[in-house]
Design a binder for this molecule. Structure first.
Ligand SMILES: Nc1ncnc2c1ncn2[C@@H]1O[C@H](COP(=O)(O)OP(=O)(O)OP(=O)(O)O)[C@@H](O)[C@H]1O
Ligand SMILES: [Mg+2]
Length: 532
């Protein structure tokens, strides 16, 4: 032991001697060059490469640093005994990472690398437009020289992908709205967001399981389809039109989609958007992996006010036709949109603006985005919105069918397959179609009686029978088809439709083949998908 201390003391003596020689022999300006050279020689003979990934790259946050931090938090082989724990804003998960100046080993494709988290005090506050943190943080990656070309690029790509995946899993969904009516927040953002906590999932959604599976498969194919979209030259986006009576689960379906894919939702309030360019700006500020929703699109588009463009003389083009279809907030009349004028302060958005929003070049300014439109009245929508390629899937959300009822009984009363008495099941099947109750109506009855299963089922059966009876007496199918709509309201709609007939025919030449109104929009009895 004594020998050990003696040799350590002499080694320190030699080092001190070398340092004093270095200081006397080399002037300060040469000293730096000498150290650099020494460093180079050291690296020459070293069998490793070192890569520094600093937290701040100049004045910008280095995305790779954040990705590495997240990635390392997910690996289990942390050797350090001290870990740092974090919980990001809006996140429900706690992540752990390397503490200051701690190391960990990782392996990728059979190659072992070493990560070190390096934290040093910032020397002096250099001038910067934004205040920099007092500590300089960074990761140093050590890779064997012979392995660098084998893995470096693919390893870093892998880390970025993995970090995105973790971020999506940990981060609660965000629900964005443009309800401020075009004004920007302090960061110049037109969207406001809140954590999205809707508990609806495909498990809780009451609808035909076959249709549900089809939708889930379609969503899965979409989310995993980057290579396919690239290969086929299509923008990586998909459109869904959800239609059906109120209370059949259209909004619940959107929430289920977002929860299924882990996407954010942008709930676009069209009545708050004043011009096409405002609409475009909103689109540009949406992120990838998101669902952009326009609810009740028939209420945002005032088709009763659409009129043919008179300025074209004779053969009007499709564009002027669309542009003359005025969309106004609140359904109020007035306000004519003149093609080409919207950017110059016109106070309306046009159908062409909306179609460009979903379909045009601007719709590709991000990727992996889903557009969802909902409506209670598909027959009110313009064929241009429905034609192939625009909304890829038309999904009819129907009244409560027997398979859907079984899901509601499971959700609210805990009934498993086979728990329901066979006779009662048959009674339900017999009356459901005639009653035309929505899943929302059924849920209400079940919630009220959820403490007493037997009573809940009896009450529901009675309510269904009463509704079926009522429909029968009143000549019924109307209420069934329109989900309890007012008859007067329906009359009005009929009149509106008749009033629209003539302009629609005039406009047909622009949207060839899409004016066959009844063709694809006829709601069938059950949930139904029309793939475009
Ligand atoms: N298919 C369904 N599965 C499960 N619950 C449903 C379903 N449809 C409706 N509900 C229940 O009814 C409530 C209303 O449903 P939701 O808002 O999704 O209907 P909607 O079709 O969007 O109606 P609206 O056309 O009025 O917007 C939901 O909170 C949900 O609890
Ligand atoms: Mg809704």
């Amino acid at each position: 032991m004594k020998e050990y201390w003696t040799s350590l003391a002499s080694l320190l003596g030699v080092l001190a001697f070398c340092q004093s020689i270095l200081q006397t022999v080399f002037p300060p300006e040469l000293r730096f060059a000498f150290l650099k050279l020494f460093n180079k020689i050291f690296h020459w003979f070293s069998s490793y490469y070192y890569f520094d990934i600093t937290e701040i790259d100049g004045v910008n946050t280095n995305e790779l640093y954040n990705a590495v931090q997240l990635y390392l938090s997910s690996t289990v082989s942390i050797s350090g005994s001290r870990l740092s724990l974090t919980r990001a804003l809006n996140s429900s998960a706690i992540t752990f990472g390397l503490s200051n100046n701690d190391c960990m080993v990782d392996a990728f494709n059979g190659v072992t690398v070493l990560w070190e988290h390096v934290v040093t005090q910032r020397q002096s506050q250099t001038f910067s437009w934004r205040p920099l943190p007092e500590e300089k943080r960074g990761f140093t990656l050590r890779i064997r020289k012979k392995d660098k070309y084998l893995i470096l690029n693919s390893y870093l790509d892998f880390i970025m992908d993995k970090a995105n995946e973790i971020r999506r899993k940990n981060q609660d969904r965000l629900l964005y709205t443009n309800s401020r009516g075009g004004s920007l927040d302090s960061r110049g953002h037109p969207w406001e967001s809140v954590p999205f906590k809707h508990p609806s999932t495909f498990d809780t959604l009451a609808m035909d399981p076959k249709v549900k599976k089809e939708i889930m498969d379609d969503l899965k194919d979409f989310a995993n389809g980057q290579a396919f979209y690239q290969k086929t030259g299509r923008a990586w986006k998909r459109g869904y039109l959800l239609y059906g009576p109120p209370g059949t689960g259209k909004s619940s379906m959107i929430a289920a989609m977002a929860n299924f894919l882990g996407y954010d939702i942008y709930d676009l309030e069209l009545t708050e958007v004043h011009t096409n360019s405002e609409l475009r700006k909103l689109l540009m500020k949406t992120s990838s992996k998101s669902i952009i929703v326009i609810e009740d699109i028939d209420c945002s588009i005032n088709l009763t006010n659409r009129k043919k463009n008179n300025g074209g003389g004779g053969g009007a083009s499709g564009r002027t036709y669309y542009d003359s279809m005025e969309m106004r907030g609140g359904g109020g009349g007035g306000g004519v949109s003149v093609p080409g004028e919207e950017g110059g302060g016109g106070n309306s958005i046009t159908l062409s603006g909306l179609l460009n929003f979903t379909d045009g070049l601007w719709s590709c300014c991000g990727s992996e985005r889903i557009f969802v439109f909902t409506t209670n009245h598909i027959e009110k929508l313009d064929p241009a919105l429905l034609r192939s390629g625009r909304m890829d899937m038309h999904i009819f959300m129907s009244h409560c069918s027997f398979p859907a009822l079984k899901i509601l009984l499971k959700n609210y009363l805990g009934y498993e397959e086979g728990d329901l008495d066979e006779e009662i099941g048959k009674e339900f099947e017999g009356v459901l179609e005639k009653a035309g109750m929505t899943p929302a109506d059924v849920s209400e009855v079940l919630i009220k009686n959820r403490r007493d299963k037997g009573n809940a089922v009896r009450e529901l059966l009675e309510a269904l029978k009463a509704r079926a009876e009522k429909n029968n007496v009143g000549g019924g199918s109307r209420e069934k088809i329109n989900g309890g709509h007012d008859l007067e309201e329906e009359e009005e709609e009929e009149q509106e439709k008749r009033a629209l007939e003539s302009p629609k025919e005039e406009g047909c030449d622009f949207v060839e083949g899409s004016c066959k109104k009844g063709d694809e929009k006829d709601p069938k009895e059950d949930n139904e998908i029309i793939e475009k």
